[in-house]
Structures are given as C-alpha cells and as structure tokens.
Design a protein around this ligand. Structure first.
Ligand SMILES: Cc1cc2nc3c(=O)[nH]c(=O)nc-3n(C[C@H](O)[C@H](O)[C@H](O)COP(=O)(O)OP(=O)(O)OC[C@H]3O[C@@H](n4cnc5c(N)ncnc54)[C@H](O)[C@@H]3O)c2cc1C
Length: 459
C-alpha cells in the first residue's frame, strides 16, 4: 500500500536486540516519533560482531540449558561481501582512518571493523541512550491489544512491562543446526559446531573433517590448514564421485557428504575414501530460535520456516503489533534491516497501511505454494537469492516511498557471491569490479555522505 496522509500515531515500542538490525530499527522507529526501548542482553551494541574468545561449554550447543554465547564470529573472520554494499544507505561503511590506526581500510575488512562501524553508527545517531544493556527478554506475549515483555537484568531481577508493539531483532546465527551422520553415536572423536570455533590452535596435528563448504566452512577449513595434519571438507552439494585436492594448501581435500562414521574412528565419504579423523566441525548453519515468544502456537518454526509471516515481517493475525526484522538471507542484509525497519515504523504510525489479515494470509500461502512448486525445502522459505532479493527490497522501498536499491549495490552482491563461489581462496583480495566501487563512492559523494574517495580501496 502506498503511504497515506493519516496523522502520525506515536506508539511505545520494544525492540529485542541491539545488533545491526535492532540498531537501525530503533533509529527508524524514533524517526517516526515512536518511543523506543531496546532490550539487549549483552553489555554493548553490535550483536554477532562482538567477538569473544569464549565459546559454549557444549561444543555442539545441543544442551538447552547451556550458557549461551551469542557471537559465532571466529578470530580470523573477514566480511564475505564488499564493504560498500554492506552499509546502511545514509551511513556508508567506508574506511574511517581518521578515527584510529587500528581500523581496517580493506574492501573486505575484519569483524573488528564491522563492530567499529556499528559503534560509529550508534554514536552518530545517539542510539545507545535507547538501549537497556544486560537485560534479556525472557517472555513476549499478548496482553489484550498490547504486548507484555518480561525481562531479566544481570542481577536476575525480572520486570514486566506493557508495550504497544514488539519488534524482534534477536539475530539468527546463534542456535546451531547439526548434520545427521549415520553411525555418529559410536564414533569416538570430537565434534563441534562452527558457532563454537574461534582459532585453529586446538586442532594442531589433527585430521579434521569440516562439514559444509559455504562461507564459514570454506573459511574455517583454510584457517585449519595452517596447523592441522589434514583437512577434509564434506560438501552436500558435490556429486558422489568428487575427490579434489584444493588450491592454497597442501593438506586440504574436497569430498561429497559423509557416508558413515565408524566406531574405529574412521569417516567414510560417499566417494568411498576413508580417513581416520580426530574432529568433525559442523559448518552447517543455524536455526531460527525465539525462546521468549509465546503466541499460543500461532507462530511456528518448522524446518527453519518461521510463519505465518507476511513478506517475512508481519504475522497476519498479530500485525502490526508484532514484527520480525532480518529473517531473510542471501541478500544485502543491512539494506534489508533498514528497509524493513522503515516499513514497520511507518505501518505502526499509520502512515502506511497493511492489507487485511485474509489478504496477508493469501500472500503468505502463495509464497509457500511457489516454494513447494519449485521443489525448495521449507528451510529455503526465507532465502531470497540474487534476483529475489532485489525484487523484495524494491517492493518494500515502494511501500514506503523510498527509491529502489542502487544498481551498483545489487551488482556488488551478485558479483561478490560469484567470486565467493569460484575463487574462495582469493575473493577478498582480488576482484575485477573497480567500476562498481567507483560508482558506489560517486554516489556517496553526490549525497554528501563522504567528502573524498579514499584511494586505497581500489584493487
Ligand atoms: C560467521 C558469519 C559471518 C557473517 N558475515 C557477514 C558479512 O560479511 N556481511 C553481512 O552483511 N552479513 C554477515 N553475516 C550475517 C550477520 O548475521 C548480519 O550481518 C547481522 O550482523 C545480523 O544482525 P542482527 O541484528 O540480525 O543479529 P545479531 O547481530 O545477532 O544481533 C542480535 C542481538 O540480539 C540480542 N538478543 C538476542 N536474544 C535476546 C534476548 N532474548 N533479549 C535481549 N537481547 C537479545 C543479542 O545479544 C544480539 O546483540 C555473517 C554471519 C555469520 C554467522
């Protein structure tokens, strides 16, 4: 629906999480005159990007009563997308050497630079004053037409409060998904999920099997080659005859998926190769998890499909009081967080209207039907992909009267994914799209978001 001329209706809104999604949600809600409280269980902003050397005591994170460590960032992590396309629209993620010599000016900087950027963003827009740190949300449920939030502070003190609306930004890279391996119960080696991987040192001289070959699997296997005896990647997407020695190291092999794990410590791959392994690292992704949410069964998570949700944001029967920012993946995430936040803020103030509950349900059912007809599993419901993501982001932009996402930004994402898949050992340092960098910086200059083009970022 197009923006209406209705008077603005300011509400009291709770945001759960002060990561990249929650920060921009808070900014957009406040811009729309809502009063905002951001609940953040950590002691600082940044969410996933707040690296900690600590990992969880249960290396597969299966114990529901374990102490949760939020971040899944490993020490050597650099971004998997170029920085120009990662930033918010009016606060570009550009090198900021004037601040501090420890900043990383590279096009694919370290996780520390992303955290520094998010801190800069929070400072620039005075967002920290809205955040209640060390405060975990333990329950969200409807209370008449409003929403009750129960939170617990670091002293264990609980508090109930009533809000007009709740915006969920709790992140979805903390609750691991673990691969099912025939015979694993009798296999005597160690297992961990990439959520609990930080540095390669504990794997010195080991034979390690890494399951998964996308961003984390590819990074972690390379990280391990420096200290491990052998590293074997098991990739679900590879044909069963695959057996390749990978470039960039002399102890790294690519296999198809594991056939079975045996009690003598061996791992048999579907290509028939057998290795005597010490450790398996599951780089197999994460599941959406909302342990605090009580909607009397209305919202479910079924094979990583969270629903029902209109356009991945609003549960039709509970909209607009409850909304979710940041569920889709394979997209320009910070751009998505910003556009979804603007949409939620405008819907809450009455500036933009949602379709009827029935129409939203129809749209959601149509999305599921299309997914099923294309043969995609449920866990791909929130996967946007290169084409789908541009359409989706532009659809939201249109709802709120914003311009479509810049072509250079979409193209950087597209080319970035191709590089990631085809030159996984060099994609962060070698590229041939300097023209896109130039377009991005000209755009930033034109909008007066920067004062000069830094020279060091061209390839
Ligand atoms: C290894 C890895 C590498 C990545 N690399 C990139 C990249 O290069 N580029 C990119 O764009 N994206 C990348 N991503 C995706 C990344 O997750 C997003 O970019 C983004 O930072 C997620 O932001 P978020 O706010 O949704 O979640 P988070 O950053 O996870 O923030 C959620 C916040 O909610 C808080 N919280 C959770 N539950 C509660 C509760 N009950 N009460 C109070 N607070 C709570 C948490 O403490 C946290 O601060 C990567 C992800 C991973 C796992």
């Amino acid at each position: 629906m197009a923006p209406s001329c209705s008077p603005i209706n300011p509400l009291h809104v709770a945001v759960i999480g002060a990561g990249a999604a929650g920060l921009v949600a808070a900014r957009e809600l406040r811009r729309e005159s809502h009063s905002v409280v951001v609940f953040e269980r950590n002691t600082e902003v940044g969410g996933l990007w707040v690296y900690t050397p600590q990992s969880e005591p249960d290396p597969l994170s299966l114990d529901p009563n374990r102490t949760v460590v939020h971040s899944s960032v490993y020490d050597s992590l650099r971004t998997n997308l170029p920085r120009e396309c990662m930033g918010y629209s009016d606060f570009p993620f550009v090198p900021r050497p004037e601040h501090d010599e420890s900043r990383d000016p590279r096009r694919y900087p370290t996780h520390r630079e992303v955290l520094a950027y998010l801190r800069d963003f929070a400072r620039e827009f005075k967002l920290v004053e809205m955040v209640r740190f060390g405060t975990e949300v333990v329950l969200v449920e409807q209370d008449g037409r409003k929403w009750k939030i129960r939170s617990r502070n670091s002293d264990g003190v609980s508090r109930d409060e009533i809000f007009d609306s709740v915006v969920v930004c709790n992140g979805h890279y903390t609750e691991p998904r673990v691969a099912q391996i025939p015979g694993i119960d009798l296999w005597p080696g160690k297992q961990l999920h990439s959520h609990n991987y930080r540095v390669p040192d504990p794997f010195k001289d080991q034979v390690v099997v890494v399951i998964g070959n996308f961003a984390s699997g590819s990074d972690i296997s390379k990280d391990l080659t420096g200290v491990a005896k052998e590293v074997h990647i098991a990739a679900r997407s590879k044909p069963s005859e695959t057996y390749e020695k990978l470039p960039g190291a002399d102890n790294l092999w690519l296999h198809p998926m594991i056939e079975t794990a045996c009690k003598d410590g061996s791992i048999v791959f579907k290509n028939g190769k057998v290795v005597q392994a010490d450790t398996i690292v599951h780089c197999t992704g994460y599941i959406y998890h909302f342990p605090f949410l009580n909607t009397n069964g209305y919202i479910t998570v079924d094979d990583n499909c969270v629903g029902p949700l209109y356009k991945h944001v609003f549960p039709p029967a509970l909209a607009p009081g409850l909304s979710f920012i940041g569920l889709p993946w394979m997209t320009l995430l910070f751009t998505l967080f910003e556009l979804q936040s603007k949409w939620v803020a405008a819907v809450l103030s009455g500036r933009v209207t949602l379709p009827s509950e029935d129409k939203m349900m129809e749209d959601t059912s149509a999305l599921y039907a299309k997914r099923d007809a294309n043969g995609f599993p449920k866990r791909y419901t929130h996967r946007l992909g290169v084409v789908g993501q541009a359409e989706y982001l532009n659809w939201i932009a249109d709802q709120i009267g914003e311009p479509p996402v810049e072509q250079w930004r979409n193209k950087e994402l597209e080319d970035g994914y191709v590089r990631l898949a085809t030159q996984s050992d060099t994609f962060r340092d070698k590229w041939d799209d300097d023209h896109l960098i130039a377009e991005a910086y000209e755009d930033f200059l034109r909008q007066k978001l920067i004062s000069a083009i830094p020279s060091q970022i061209f390839g």
